[in-house]
Design a protein around this ligand. Sequence first.
Ligand code: RB5
Length: 171
Amino acid sequence: MTAAAPAGAAGPVGSPMRVSVPMRVGVAADHGGFELKEELAASLREQGHEVVDFGAASLDPADDYPDYVVPLARAVAAGDVERGLAVCGSGVGACVAANKVRGARAALVTESFSAHQGVEDDDMNIMCIGGRVLAFNLAWELVQAFLGATFIGGERHVRRLAKVAALEGEA
Ligand code: RB5
């Protein structure tokens, strides 16, 4: 869903294509994504979102992404936060970890089409990005596309997701 921009919504890089309504957004990052997570969290707060930070709370070069990403994914799956943003060095580890949590639908995103289409068609609820891959401005655009999109919920989309969800019941 797109909506009129709240005051200050344009954020630090000008005018994003999509502006999301204020949401409760969870963020998490290891050392590889810490700096980008901090920048994005600050900009999201500036934009009017409620940001729940699952860590890391400080830069620790020896930390492990599952320690932050899994609690984030559980919160998203439980509905405690509406969307999640997981950042590690590449975004890959965060994505692998998040998708182990039942109800998490995480994807590694590097371009804008997937950032919104992943929500519209696939109900992606966690976007994973790489702090060593993306500069802030591109990351911010992707976040705007992600948060500005809503699941279309067509019969075909629901049918496909039911087939994916059925896998979660397998041993
Ligand atoms: C940590 O050095 C790095 O491996 C991690 O942040 C991430 O890139 C894994 O996918």
